[in-house]
Design a protein around this ligand. Sequence first.
Ligand code: TMP
Length: 212
Amino acid sequence: MTIPRFITVEGIEGAGKTSCMDLLERRIRERGHQVLVTREPGGTPMGEDLRQLLLGHRHDGMADDTELLLMFAARAEHLHAKIEPALAGGSWVLCDRFTDATYAYQGYGRGIDLQRIATLETWVQGKRRPDLTLLLDLPVEVGLERAGRRSTPDRFESQALAFFERVRRGYLGLAAASPGRFRVVDAGQSLDKVSQQVTAAIDAFLDQADSR
Ligand code: TMP
């Protein structure tokens, strides 16, 4: 049996993560693998409650460290209650955002020391890391314009353009530092072209995983 894999999707707001997740789920299932589809922050009842605290405007002045710790609290619960049991049971896991988002948003965006994030990462995750991460990259103005058309801005979407520029650069830096794990998709193109890139990336990964 193929070893179950942990796949994550990342990108700034409006990058098209939802369509990408749908496509990935379909391709993975077509190969006969079970897959748990989930998201962060969230994925468990407690995680979804924490998501509301983190994304809503009720706590607009939240300290950066509080935000960081709540992200990892939600992640600890998610790993414990869903991700690790699924992988142990032979299911693949497809997660909309994971710890790269913490490096990008809380680290590069808010300016929290990356070493602190690395400490929490090891504490909460042990050795668990994604096997494949698709980064949907596009210009910040394009992403925010797309996201703005969808709904009223949440606590993150309300940040200034400069914040998202730092997040985008952070993501690209993370991808450059781990080229074996990341596939960077040019998400500024048409939906068709983006789908082609995502399909090529997941098919290559599946071919490799299934041949082992
Ligand atoms: P989304 O899942 O709808 O994109 O919204 C989640 C928001 O939470 C998004 O703005 C990114 C942010 N976020 C962080 O800041 N740090 C994290 O670790 C995660 C998982 C998400």
